[in-house]
Ligand binder design. Structure first.
Ligand code: AHR
Length: 516
């Protein structure tokens, strides 16, 4: 067994962890919205106004703070007026990005916002820049947020009342397009910035502060960021109606969702950890243009992207989820916690039945994936003060095949072997009053590690409770065995100013500590 030393001081704070770092993303793609969250009011599957009760309850357990909708690529081909009015009269459109299936528009603006409120989450809407107009976006915001829906109010607010919501929907987060360097219009950074300035000029809060979010780069493309902000600041007049800048990073795959070698296990975990490089370099690029750090860094799509499950529609992006995905999720959330002074939101892709889902459904069955349990275990970090921590971890060395990434989900193997390395243990810590919360992962495929946590400062340790999620490296939950991987009790010894625990191989652990 190896030993890992963790050192932290409860007074050494970074910033409050924005709960929105624990956000999700639900696109009209495959079985995410239809089947995944919506079954319709007539369904025998228990539902509240058409939304699955089992899914709502599971998401409430995870304390989902915010959900991005309706895409993704879908957003820049979505015209919100298709999703209002009587459901049986809504137009049927073709979802050109995801399998050319018919979109019934049964879930529109009022329905989706209602779902968010049932879950306890804020809606985050992504506007259509690629094929839409500034007027469409401006009207959408008025429909959602203009308070007066009486006969003397606005026509859009009256329409909202007719659709079931006399009160404003209070949608506070607005994205101006999605992946506008790609499926959202194939713009250059300068051309997108021109569109962003134009669209954002017509965004109004109607008495509420809105969060206006611009499209950031694919992966860690620093050039996009630099050229976007140069144009934003130097194009005749600087433009200020921007609160967030959103990058996307999918770490992809190695092997398949459930079949991989030990080398591929490490390979994917290492690619997941590259999120840190992205955050560090993107925030530095932003600082050059925004030295007062008024604009938050957002990662509003991230996660693993495996080859689709055999026998499923390739356009639906359905994949299984193992303890490997759980460690990618935990490592990524730890990175966001450690950068709580810059990262203000992140949205894992996607919530149900698509990519790195926290929930999978099949008919009336539902399961929580190992990634879903990580969200539930990590929820005490939300809104707490992030703490600096030092981890002296054993290193893992592994052989990897040189890979040329060709798109989010595919890569060319170039053949030659290289050495790869990653720390066995990663983590983050936070504090809320006298409650310290620590999350740690052990990426080693078969070696446990003894973790010794040293607490600096005056506070003493009173009690500690631990939980752990672990399993053989391919372990996952199925509809026949939905609880193969779930959190269990973890023994933690409290000794004066130290905590001692053993983190099993391939695991995610959390410890809640009461300080005296
Ligand atoms: O999450 C699936 C797709 O990945 C999204 O629609 C798009 O934004 C990204 O390329």
């Amino acid at each position: 067994m190896t030993t890992t030393h963790v050192t932290l001081n409860p007074a050494d704070t970074i910033a409050v962890i924005n709960p929105n770092i624990y956000g999700h993303f639900a696109e009209h793609l495959g079985r995410c919205i239809y089947d995944g969250i919506w079954v319709g009011e007539e369904s025998p599957i228990p539902n509240i106004h058409g939304f699955r009760v089992d899914v709502i309850e599971a998401l409430r357990q995870m304390k989902v703070p915010v959900i991005r909708w309706p895409g993704g690529c879908f957003a820049d081909d979505y015209h919100w007026q298709d999703g209002i009015g009587p459901r049986d009269r809504r137009p049927r459109r073709i979802n050109i990005h995801w399998g050319e299936v018919v979109e019934t528009n049964a879930v529109g603006t009022v329905e989706f916002t209602h779902f968010c409120r049932l879950v306890g989450a804020e809606p985050y809407f992504c506007g259509n820049v690629g094929s839409g107009t500034p007027r469409e976006l401006r009207d959408w915001i008025e429909y959602c947020n203009f308070p007066d829906s009486s006969s003397s109010g606005s026509t859009w607010a009256q329409q909202r009342a007719a659709d079931g919501s006399p009160s404003p929907l209070d949608v506070l987060y607005w994205g101006v397009g999605n992946e506008n360097w790609g499926c959202g219009g194939n713009f250059s950074p300068e051309d997108y910035c021109t569109e962003f300035r134009r669209f954002a000029s017509f965004i109004r809060g109607f008495g509420k502060k809105l969060n206006v979010i611009a499209c950031g780069p694919a992966n860690n493309d620093v050039e996009w960021t630099d050229r976007f902000f140069r144009k934003l600041n130097k194009d005749y007049w600087p433009f200020n109606n921007i609160d967030g800048f959103a990058a996307h990073y999918y770490c992809g795959t190695a092997g398949t969702a459930t079949q991989y070698t030990e080398e591929e296990w490490y390979r994917l975990l290492e690619k997941g950890l590259r999120m840190e490089e992205l955050v560090v370099q993107q925030r530095a690029a932003m600082d050059a243009w925004d030295p007062m750090r008024k604009i938050g860094l957002i990662i509003d799509e991230w996660g693993t992207w495996h080859p689709v499950e055999e026998g499923t529609n390739p356009a639906f992006l359905y994949q299984q989820n193992t303890v490997r995905d759980a460690i990618v999720a935990a490592n990524t959330l730890d990175i966001f916690n450690r950068h709580a002074d810059k990262v203000v939101m992140a949205n894992i892709a996607q919530m149900v039945n698509v990519l790195q889902a926290v929930i999978l459904t099949e008919g009336d069955k539902m399961l929580i994936t190992p990634t879903g349990y990580v969200y539930e275990m990590y929820s005490p970090h939300q809104g707490a003060q992030s703490l600096r921590l030092r981890i002296e971890s054993p290193e893992i060395h592994f052989q990897k095949t040189n890979i040329l990434q060709t798109s989010w989900q595919s890569a060319l193997q170039k053949g030659e072997k290289m050495e790869g390395k990653l720390p066995a243990v990663s983590g983050s810590a936070s504090i809320r009053e006298n409650q310290l919360f620590l999350s740690l992962t052990n990426s080693h495929a078969h070696e446990e590690t003894e973790v010794v946590v040293n607490l600096l400062g005056d506070a003493g340790l009173e009690t500690a409770e631990g939980r752990v999620l672990s399993g053989e490296i391919h372990a996952h939950n199925t509809f026949n065995e939905p609880r193969q991987v779930e959190p269990k009790f973890l023994t933690v010894d409290v000794r004066a100013h130290q905590l001692h625990l053993v983190l099993p191989a391939a695991s995610v652990g959390t410890v809640s500590v009461k300080l005296g």
